[in-house]
Ligand binder design. Structure first.
Ligand code: UT7
Length: 323
Protein backbone atom coordinates (compact mmCIF):
# COMPACT_ATOMS: atom_id res chain seq x y z
CA UNK A 1 0.00 0.00 0.00
CA UNK A 2 1.02 3.62 -0.45
CA UNK A 3 2.36 5.44 2.62
CA UNK A 4 2.99 9.17 2.93
CA UNK A 5 6.53 9.68 4.24
CA UNK A 6 8.02 12.88 5.67
CA UNK A 7 11.16 13.40 3.58
CA UNK A 8 12.15 16.75 5.07
CA UNK A 9 11.05 19.44 7.48
CA UNK A 10 11.83 23.13 7.95
CA UNK A 11 10.59 26.22 9.72
CA UNK A 12 10.87 29.99 9.76
CA UNK A 13 10.29 32.64 12.41
CA UNK A 14 10.15 36.43 12.11
CA UNK A 15 13.28 38.17 13.42
CA UNK A 16 11.49 40.27 16.04
CA UNK A 17 10.98 38.69 19.46
CA UNK A 18 8.44 40.10 21.88
CA UNK A 19 8.83 39.04 25.52
CA UNK A 20 6.20 39.07 28.25
CA UNK A 21 7.90 42.18 29.63
CA UNK A 22 7.31 43.86 26.25
CA UNK A 23 3.62 42.81 26.50
CA UNK A 24 3.33 44.39 29.95
CA UNK A 25 4.22 47.75 28.36
CA UNK A 26 1.16 47.49 26.06
CA UNK A 27 -1.58 45.89 28.20
CA UNK A 28 -2.25 45.38 31.92
CA UNK A 29 -0.47 42.05 32.33
CA UNK A 30 2.68 40.56 33.85
CA UNK A 31 5.31 37.97 33.03
CA UNK A 32 4.15 36.10 36.14
CA UNK A 33 0.51 35.86 34.99
CA UNK A 34 1.34 34.82 31.43
CA UNK A 35 3.89 32.17 32.51
CA UNK A 36 1.69 30.76 35.26
CA UNK A 37 -1.52 30.59 33.16
CA UNK A 38 -0.02 29.62 29.81
CA UNK A 39 3.71 28.76 29.97
CA UNK A 40 4.46 31.39 27.27
CA UNK A 41 7.55 33.57 27.79
CA UNK A 42 8.06 35.09 24.33
CA UNK A 43 6.73 35.06 20.78
CA UNK A 44 7.99 36.17 17.35
CA UNK A 45 6.11 39.00 15.62
CA UNK A 46 6.22 39.60 11.86
CA UNK A 47 7.84 42.86 10.80
CA UNK A 48 7.52 44.95 7.67
CA UNK A 49 7.69 42.78 4.56
CA UNK A 50 7.17 39.55 6.53
CA UNK A 51 3.85 37.88 5.72
CA UNK A 52 2.25 34.44 5.85
CA UNK A 53 3.48 33.95 2.27
CA UNK A 54 7.13 34.93 2.93
CA UNK A 55 7.32 32.82 6.10
CA UNK A 56 5.76 29.86 4.26
CA UNK A 57 8.28 30.13 1.42
CA UNK A 58 11.22 30.36 3.85
CA UNK A 59 10.03 27.27 5.75
CA UNK A 60 9.39 25.37 2.50
CA UNK A 61 12.87 26.11 1.17
CA UNK A 62 14.45 24.75 4.36
CA UNK A 63 12.24 21.63 4.20
CA UNK A 64 13.29 21.05 0.56
CA UNK A 65 16.99 21.30 1.50
CA UNK A 66 16.41 18.91 4.42
CA UNK A 67 14.66 16.48 2.03
CA UNK A 68 17.49 16.85 -0.48
CA UNK A 69 14.90 17.69 -3.14
CA UNK A 70 14.24 20.61 -5.48
CA UNK A 71 11.03 22.60 -5.84
CA UNK A 72 10.56 21.16 -9.35
CA UNK A 73 9.95 17.74 -7.76
CA UNK A 74 6.86 18.99 -5.84
CA UNK A 75 3.42 18.50 -7.36
CA UNK A 76 1.02 19.44 -4.53
CA UNK A 77 1.18 22.40 -2.13
CA UNK A 78 -1.23 22.83 0.77
CA UNK A 79 -0.89 25.83 3.05
CA UNK A 80 -2.77 25.63 6.35
CA UNK A 81 -3.53 29.19 7.41
CA UNK A 82 -6.23 31.43 8.85
CA UNK A 83 -4.19 34.56 8.13
CA UNK A 84 -3.71 34.45 4.33
CA UNK A 85 -1.96 37.31 2.53
CA UNK A 86 -5.22 38.01 0.68
CA UNK A 87 -8.77 36.67 1.00
CA UNK A 88 -8.05 35.07 -2.37
CA UNK A 89 -6.22 33.61 -4.21
CA UNK A 90 -4.90 30.95 -1.87
CA UNK A 91 -1.56 31.76 -0.26
CA UNK A 92 -0.47 28.33 -1.52
CA UNK A 93 -0.61 29.61 -5.11
CA UNK A 94 1.70 32.50 -4.18
CA UNK A 95 4.09 30.04 -2.52
CA UNK A 96 3.92 27.90 -5.65
CA UNK A 97 4.89 30.91 -7.80
CA UNK A 98 7.68 31.98 -5.43
CA UNK A 99 9.14 28.47 -5.59
CA UNK A 100 8.95 28.52 -9.39
CA UNK A 101 6.55 25.58 -9.61
CA UNK A 102 4.05 25.57 -12.50
CA UNK A 103 2.63 22.04 -12.34
CA UNK A 104 0.33 20.23 -9.95
CA UNK A 105 -2.08 21.99 -7.59
CA UNK A 106 -1.88 24.47 -4.72
CA UNK A 107 -4.61 25.41 -2.27
CA UNK A 108 -5.18 26.54 1.32
CA UNK A 109 -6.84 24.67 4.16
CA UNK A 110 -8.53 26.70 6.88
CA UNK A 111 -9.06 24.89 10.18
CA UNK A 112 -7.44 27.49 12.47
CA UNK A 113 -5.12 25.84 15.02
CA UNK A 114 -5.97 22.38 13.66
CA UNK A 115 -4.99 23.47 10.15
CA UNK A 116 -1.76 21.51 9.96
CA UNK A 117 -3.40 18.21 10.99
CA UNK A 118 -6.26 18.84 8.53
CA UNK A 119 -3.79 19.71 5.72
CA UNK A 120 -1.61 16.68 6.43
CA UNK A 121 -4.70 14.44 6.43
CA UNK A 122 -5.78 15.93 3.08
CA UNK A 123 -2.34 15.47 1.52
CA UNK A 124 -2.13 11.89 2.83
CA UNK A 125 -5.49 11.05 1.22
CA UNK A 126 -4.50 12.59 -2.14
CA UNK A 127 -1.11 10.85 -2.19
CA UNK A 128 -2.70 7.52 -1.22
CA UNK A 129 -5.27 7.98 -3.99
CA UNK A 130 -2.41 8.29 -6.47
CA UNK A 131 -3.27 11.87 -7.56
CA UNK A 132 0.16 13.21 -6.57
CA UNK A 133 3.56 11.74 -5.76
CA UNK A 134 5.02 14.54 -3.65
CA UNK A 135 3.65 17.37 -1.55
CA UNK A 136 4.60 20.37 0.54
CA UNK A 137 2.35 20.80 3.55
CA UNK A 138 2.94 24.14 5.24
CA UNK A 139 1.45 25.73 8.35
CA UNK A 140 2.03 29.49 8.21
CA UNK A 141 0.44 32.25 10.25
CA UNK A 142 0.70 35.94 11.11
CA UNK A 143 -1.85 36.08 13.92
CA UNK A 144 -0.24 39.32 15.17
CA UNK A 145 -2.12 41.03 12.31
CA UNK A 146 -5.58 39.92 13.55
CA UNK A 147 -5.04 40.48 17.27
CA UNK A 148 -6.82 43.13 19.30
CA UNK A 149 -3.74 44.64 20.96
CA UNK A 150 -5.95 46.17 23.66
CA UNK A 151 -7.36 42.78 24.77
CA UNK A 152 -4.97 41.24 27.29
CA UNK A 153 -7.02 38.01 27.29
CA UNK A 154 -5.89 37.20 23.73
CA UNK A 155 -2.98 39.36 22.55
CA UNK A 156 -0.48 37.77 24.95
CA UNK A 157 -1.20 34.27 23.65
CA UNK A 158 -0.32 34.29 19.95
CA UNK A 159 2.78 34.57 17.78
CA UNK A 160 3.83 34.34 14.11
CA UNK A 161 5.80 31.67 12.25
CA UNK A 162 5.75 28.85 9.73
CA UNK A 163 6.69 25.18 9.45
CA UNK A 164 6.76 22.94 6.38
CA UNK A 165 7.01 19.25 5.55
CA UNK A 166 8.04 17.65 2.25
CA UNK A 167 5.97 14.51 1.74
CA UNK A 168 6.51 11.65 -0.70
CA UNK A 169 4.35 8.65 -1.58
CA UNK A 170 6.33 5.46 -0.92
CA UNK A 171 5.53 1.76 -0.92
CA UNK A 172 4.64 0.26 2.47
CA UNK A 173 3.53 -3.16 3.66
CA UNK A 174 0.49 -1.91 5.56
CA UNK A 175 2.00 -2.71 8.95
CA UNK A 176 2.89 -0.34 11.81
CA UNK A 177 6.56 -0.88 10.93
CA UNK A 178 6.08 1.18 7.75
CA UNK A 179 7.67 4.61 7.45
CA UNK A 180 5.16 7.42 7.03
CA UNK A 181 1.66 8.34 8.15
CA UNK A 182 -0.01 5.32 9.79
CA UNK A 183 -3.36 6.87 10.76
CA UNK A 184 -5.17 10.20 10.85
CA UNK A 185 -8.44 11.39 12.37
CA UNK A 186 -10.06 14.82 12.12
CA UNK A 187 -13.22 16.23 13.74
CA UNK A 188 -15.30 19.42 13.83
CA UNK A 189 -18.25 20.55 15.93
CA UNK A 190 -19.59 23.81 14.48
CA UNK A 191 -21.91 24.44 17.43
CA UNK A 192 -18.88 26.13 18.99
CA UNK A 193 -17.90 28.31 16.02
CA UNK A 194 -18.50 31.48 18.08
CA UNK A 195 -16.17 30.53 20.94
CA UNK A 196 -13.01 31.36 18.97
CA UNK A 197 -13.52 33.46 15.86
CA UNK A 198 -12.63 36.62 13.96
CA UNK A 199 -15.29 39.36 14.14
CA UNK A 200 -15.14 40.27 10.48
CA UNK A 201 -14.87 38.90 6.97
CA UNK A 202 -15.47 39.69 3.29
CA UNK A 203 -19.13 38.66 3.27
CA UNK A 204 -20.14 40.27 6.57
CA UNK A 205 -18.13 43.39 7.37
CA UNK A 206 -15.99 43.65 4.21
CA UNK A 207 -13.03 43.81 6.58
CA UNK A 208 -10.64 41.33 8.13
CA UNK A 209 -11.81 41.58 11.74
CA UNK A 210 -10.02 40.76 14.98
CA UNK A 211 -9.64 37.56 16.97
CA UNK A 212 -12.16 36.97 19.74
CA UNK A 213 -12.05 34.07 22.16
CA UNK A 214 -13.89 32.75 25.19
CA UNK A 215 -10.67 31.29 26.55
CA UNK A 216 -12.24 29.37 29.42
CA UNK A 217 -14.77 27.69 27.09
CA UNK A 218 -12.03 26.63 24.66
CA UNK A 219 -9.93 25.37 27.57
CA UNK A 220 -12.90 23.40 28.95
CA UNK A 221 -13.22 21.38 25.73
CA UNK A 222 -9.52 21.11 24.87
CA UNK A 223 -8.25 18.35 27.17
CA UNK A 224 -11.25 16.07 26.51
CA UNK A 225 -11.22 16.48 22.72
CA UNK A 226 -7.45 16.14 22.41
CA UNK A 227 -7.23 13.07 24.66
CA UNK A 228 -10.07 11.30 22.89
CA UNK A 229 -8.71 11.90 19.36
CA UNK A 230 -5.23 10.75 20.45
CA UNK A 231 -6.78 7.53 21.74
CA UNK A 232 -8.88 7.20 18.59
CA UNK A 233 -5.99 7.61 16.13
CA UNK A 234 -3.63 5.28 17.98
CA UNK A 235 -6.43 2.69 18.27
CA UNK A 236 -6.71 2.75 14.44
CA UNK A 237 -3.13 1.41 14.43
CA UNK A 238 -3.83 -0.98 17.33
CA UNK A 239 -1.64 0.88 19.83
CA UNK A 240 -2.04 3.34 22.73
CA UNK A 241 -0.79 6.94 23.10
CA UNK A 242 1.71 5.68 25.72
CA UNK A 243 3.32 3.48 23.00
CA UNK A 244 4.62 6.41 20.93
CA UNK A 245 8.13 7.87 21.17
CA UNK A 246 7.16 11.53 20.82
CA UNK A 247 4.07 13.67 21.05
CA UNK A 248 4.20 16.91 19.07
CA UNK A 249 1.12 18.85 20.18
CA UNK A 250 -0.40 22.09 19.02
CA UNK A 251 1.13 24.67 21.37
CA UNK A 252 -1.73 26.65 22.95
CA UNK A 253 -1.32 26.39 26.70
CA UNK A 254 1.06 24.41 28.90
CA UNK A 255 -1.79 23.57 31.26
CA UNK A 256 -3.68 21.91 28.37
CA UNK A 257 -0.61 19.79 27.59
CA UNK A 258 -0.18 18.84 31.25
CA UNK A 259 -3.88 18.02 31.60
CA UNK A 260 -3.80 15.80 28.49
CA UNK A 261 -0.60 14.06 29.66
CA UNK A 262 -2.16 13.36 33.05
CA UNK A 263 -5.39 12.05 31.54
CA UNK A 264 -3.56 9.64 29.22
CA UNK A 265 -0.75 8.70 31.63
CA UNK A 266 1.92 10.17 29.32
CA UNK A 267 5.45 10.95 30.41
CA UNK A 268 5.82 14.73 29.96
CA UNK A 269 9.46 14.35 28.88
CA UNK A 270 8.18 12.79 25.64
CA UNK A 271 6.11 15.87 24.75
CA UNK A 272 7.83 18.44 22.51
CA UNK A 273 7.08 21.89 23.95
CA UNK A 274 8.02 25.13 22.20
CA UNK A 275 5.21 27.41 23.34
CA UNK A 276 7.52 29.14 25.85
CA UNK A 277 9.47 30.62 22.90
CA UNK A 278 6.82 30.77 20.14
CA UNK A 279 3.46 31.29 21.89
CA UNK A 280 0.46 29.92 20.00
CA UNK A 281 1.28 30.10 16.27
CA UNK A 282 -1.97 28.36 15.24
CA UNK A 283 -1.47 26.10 12.18
CA UNK A 284 2.31 26.66 12.31
CA UNK A 285 2.86 25.40 15.84
CA UNK A 286 3.10 21.65 15.14
CA UNK A 287 5.60 21.81 12.24
CA UNK A 288 7.62 24.45 14.14
CA UNK A 289 7.90 22.15 17.16
CA UNK A 290 8.47 19.05 14.99
CA UNK A 291 11.30 20.80 13.15
CA UNK A 292 12.98 21.89 16.37
CA UNK A 293 12.89 18.36 17.79
CA UNK A 294 14.26 16.85 14.55
CA UNK A 295 17.09 19.39 14.37
CA UNK A 296 18.13 19.05 18.02
CA UNK A 297 18.22 15.27 17.62
CA UNK A 298 15.26 14.31 19.82
CA UNK A 299 13.05 12.92 17.03
CA UNK A 300 15.01 10.29 15.12
CA UNK A 301 14.27 8.37 11.91
CA UNK A 302 12.16 5.29 12.62
CA UNK A 303 10.48 6.69 15.73
CA UNK A 304 6.72 6.86 16.26
CA UNK A 305 5.35 10.40 16.49
CA UNK A 306 1.84 11.49 17.41
CA UNK A 307 0.69 15.00 16.50
CA UNK A 308 -2.53 16.57 17.79
CA UNK A 309 -4.43 19.84 17.79
CA UNK A 310 -7.61 21.62 18.78
CA UNK A 311 -8.78 24.98 17.54
CA UNK A 312 -11.53 27.30 16.34
CA UNK A 313 -14.65 25.76 14.84
CA UNK A 314 -14.21 23.75 17.04
CA UNK A 315 -11.86 21.57 15.03
CA UNK A 316 -9.55 18.91 16.39
CA UNK A 317 -7.50 16.04 15.08
CA UNK A 318 -4.45 13.82 15.38
CA UNK A 319 -2.05 11.91 13.15
CA UNK A 320 0.23 8.98 13.96
CA UNK A 321 3.37 8.56 11.87
CA UNK A 322 6.69 6.79 11.78
CA UNK A 323 9.29 9.47 10.99
O1 UT7 B 1 -5.15 27.42 19.89
C1 UT7 B 1 -6.54 27.52 19.96
C2 UT7 B 1 -6.98 27.05 21.23
N1 UT7 B 1 -6.89 28.08 22.23
C3 UT7 B 1 -6.69 27.68 23.46
O2 UT7 B 1 -6.48 26.53 23.67
C4 UT7 B 1 -6.80 28.70 24.56
C5 UT7 B 1 -7.52 28.06 25.70
N2 UT7 B 1 -7.69 28.93 26.84
C6 UT7 B 1 -6.65 29.30 27.62
O3 UT7 B 1 -5.52 28.97 27.36
C7 UT7 B 1 -6.97 30.07 28.87
O4 UT7 B 1 -8.36 30.10 29.07
C8 UT7 B 1 -6.42 31.50 28.87
C9 UT7 B 1 -4.92 31.49 28.98
C10 UT7 B 1 -6.85 32.23 27.60
C11 UT7 B 1 -6.95 32.29 30.07
O5 UT7 B 1 -6.62 31.62 31.27
P1 UT7 B 1 -7.74 31.39 32.39
O6 UT7 B 1 -7.06 30.77 33.52
O7 UT7 B 1 -8.87 30.67 31.74
O8 UT7 B 1 -8.10 32.88 32.75
P2 UT7 B 1 -9.52 33.62 32.63
O9 UT7 B 1 -9.82 33.97 31.23
O10 UT7 B 1 -10.54 32.85 33.40
O11 UT7 B 1 -9.17 34.94 33.42
C12 UT7 B 1 -8.80 34.94 34.80
C13 UT7 B 1 -8.45 36.36 35.22
C14 UT7 B 1 -9.50 37.37 34.80
O12 UT7 B 1 -9.59 38.34 35.82
P3 UT7 B 1 -10.80 38.29 36.88
O13 UT7 B 1 -12.06 38.41 36.06
O14 UT7 B 1 -10.67 36.98 37.57
O15 UT7 B 1 -10.51 39.47 37.74
C15 UT7 B 1 -8.91 38.00 33.56
O16 UT7 B 1 -9.37 39.32 33.37
O17 UT7 B 1 -7.24 36.75 34.57
C16 UT7 B 1 -7.45 37.99 33.91
N3 UT7 B 1 -6.60 38.04 32.73
C17 UT7 B 1 -5.33 38.51 32.76
N4 UT7 B 1 -4.60 39.02 33.76
C18 UT7 B 1 -3.35 39.40 33.46
C19 UT7 B 1 -6.87 37.61 31.48
N5 UT7 B 1 -5.81 37.81 30.68
C20 UT7 B 1 -4.84 38.36 31.46
C21 UT7 B 1 -3.52 38.78 31.22
N6 UT7 B 1 -2.82 39.28 32.24
N7 UT7 B 1 -2.95 38.68 30.00
Amino acid sequence: MIRTAIKGIGSALPARIMTNADMAKIVDTSDEWIVERTGIKARHIAGEGETTRTLAVAAAQKALIHANMTASQIDLIIVATSTPDNTFPATATMVQADLGITKGAAFDVQAVCSGFVFALTTADALLKAGQFKTALVIGSETFSRILDWTDRGTCVLFGDGAGACVLEAIEGTGSNEDTGILATKIHSDGRYHNKLYVDGGPSTTQSVGLLRMEGREVFRHAVGNISSVMEEVTALAGIKPTDVDWIVPHQANRRILEGTAKKLGLDESRIVITLDKHGNTSAASIPLAFDEAVRDGRIKRGQLVLIESMGGGFTWGAALLRY
